[in-house]
Write a protein that binds this ligand. Structure first.
Ligand code: NAG
Ligand code: NAG
Ligand code: NAG
Ligand code: NAG
Length: 476
């Protein structure tokens, strides 16, 4: 990564919050500011469009940097004052040939380059129910055109260019973005949630060297995972959820330098690539596809991971104990798959885990007390499996409404499967490879085994998990 510290602006949650993350393995501090309609783009005020220069990383163990001031209000981006209007028609002294066509008066050369690109795109838009493109007239792209935001590009601080586009919720229809996106060379952000764009993602977008956020969610894109996004690029936020992409999830995507990858709610099939653990992503959502096969054990190497959603797929096999290495994980959701085997004791190392969802699978055996003792657990969802035993710490969690163990085989608890149902399940031999690994705890449990030391994490307002918002089609 060419920078150590940057501010990533995500615009799709209605709440304002700041999550400060220090992934010490990369010595990289990332602040993710989730700012609702207050879009932090546009070069106005305090949220720069382009990544800022590297600043020294905070000393280890120091408190996180204080949150930056909230994004500027809805005032338009600041731009240098326009030159005074020219006199339109100097009084003709004599009958003269018609004046040569008045050259457009753009604030900057780069905007005059963007102008025809935008006008050509306007021509191929087939539906614009909100009348957005009516504002795309004249030369004042930075202030008058809905969806466009200007800023100074990194290569020339005195220039002004189209730096970001936010078409979220515009409901525009166009058969392609080719010839548009790739012809705006300074673009850093492209957000197009909830439009009707389709076609292919052209490899030409690789020319956009500053592009770091690409959001094409809830559109009509189809076909294979766009090969253009697999080549080296500077995209750190990639969101193609709620489209019609199909085929397999290519292994190369896990080698890209992504912080956020949302590909949920598509038609991806086939197995997860074995190299999934090479991902640098902090937030990964692969939910609501048709992924099959096992969760590769390499996942234990994805040490930057904070949240991962794999729910509602067709994953099978046993959980690799290596998941226990993901010590930054706060949310792990594999609900509604066909996973089986015991719950690995290595999960006791997930010190930061808050939400753990294994509901609706074929897990069995005892629920390890060391997992129920995890100090930050807010929601341990194990319903609809075949777990057979729970100890006192887990029972305490059930009483507190943290652990949902309904519809299992702990026959002295209420709301369990019938003994017949359980007997049927266990009449078939159940087996996982590396069975010893399920008892292995690859960390020194740092928590007290007594749930009573549970931190008072319920007081005060808390941001909902970022990936959970990826399961909602619309952003805004
Ligand atoms: C930077 O941009 C300004 C404004 O467009 C332009 O006048 C100037 O020539 C540019 N400088 C370079 C080095 O390109
Ligand atoms: C796309 O267009 C169809 C009709 O052409 C419309 O029903 C649908 O709501 C549009 N989708 C979006 C996301 O705007
Ligand atoms: C990524 O960004 C850097 C810095 O702006 C630039 O030099 C490089 O060419 C970009 N890489 C790609 C593949 O666009
Ligand atoms: C706990 O998580 C499960 C699975 O994600 C969810 O269905 C349930 O509503 C959650 N419970 C609470 C109390 O938030």
């Amino acid at each position: 990564m060419g920078y150590i510290h940057f501010i990533l602006v995500l615009t799709f949650i209605q709440v304002h919050s700041t999550i400060s993350v220090v992934t010490s393995n990369k010595r990289q501090a990332i602040e993710i500011i989730i700012g609702g309609g207050g879009i932090g783009i546009g070069g106005s005020g305090n949220t720069p469009t382009y990544p800022t220069d590297p600043t020294p990383p905070p000393a280890e163990c120091s408190p996180p940097p204080s949150p930056p001031p909230p994004p500027a209000d809805c005032s338009p981006p600041t731009v240098p004052p326009s030159p005074p209007p020219r006199p339109l028609h100097p009084p003709p002294k004599q009958p003269a040939p018609p004046p040569p066509e008045q050259p457009f008066n753009f604030l900057d050369e780069r905007l005059s380059v963007a102008y025809p690109v935008i006008q050509n795109f306007k021509k191929i838009i087939t539906s614009d129910p909100l009348g957005i493109t009516k504002t795309w007239v004249g030369t004042d792209i930075c202030n008058k055109y809905k969806g466009y935001y200007c800023d100074s590009p990194p290569d020339n601080v005195t220039a002004i260019t189209v730096a970001s586009i936010d078409f979220n919720g515009f409901h525009l229809s166009a058969p392609t973005l080719d010839g548009f996106l790739d012809k705006l060379p300074d673009l850093a952000l492209f957000h197009a949630n909830s439009n009707n764009f389709s076609g292919i993602i052209s490899p030409k977008i690789l020319k956009l060297r500053y592009l770091y956020e690409l959001d094409l969610s809830n559109n009509k894109f189809s076909g294979a995972f766009p090969p253009a996004l697999l080549a080296p690029n500077n995209i750190t936020f990639l969101d193609i959820r709620f489209n019609f992409f199909s085929g397999s999830v290519p292994s190369q995507i896990f080698s890209r330098n992504l912080d956020v990858l949302f590909i949920n709610n598509n038609n991806f099939k086939a197995k997860l690539p074995a190299n999934i653990g090479t991902t640098s992503a902090l937030f990964l959502s692969l939910a609501n596809n048709k992924l099959t096969g096992q969760i590769p054990s390499s996942i234990g190497k994805a040490l930057a991971l904070i949240e991962i959603l794999l729910l509602n797929n067709q994953l099978s096999g046993c959980l690799p104990y290596e998941i226990g290495y993901l010590e930054g994980l706060t949310l792990f959701d594999v609900g509604n798959n066909q996973l089986t085997g015991p719950l690995p004791c290595s999960f006791a190392c997930l010190d930061k885990i808050e939400q753990l969802n294994l509901a609706g699978n074929f897990f069995y055996g005892p629920v390890p007390e060391v997992v129920c003792a995890l100090g930050k657990l807010e929601n341990l969802s194990l319903s609809g499996n075949y777990f057979t035993q729970v100890g006192p710490i887990c029972r305490d969690l059930i009483n507190r409404g943290v652990l949902d163990l309904k519809n299992n085989c702990v026959l002295d608890l209420p709301f369990q499967r019938s003994p017949m149902d359980c007997a049927m399940f266990f009449s078939r031999p159940r087996w996982c490879p590396f069975l010893q690994s399920y008892n292995f705890i690859p960390c020194k449990p740092s928590h007290s085994p007594h749930a009573s030391t549970r931190q008072a994490s319920y007081s005060g307002w808390k941001a909902p998990p970022l990936t959970h918002s990826s399961l909602i089609k619309h952003r805004l």
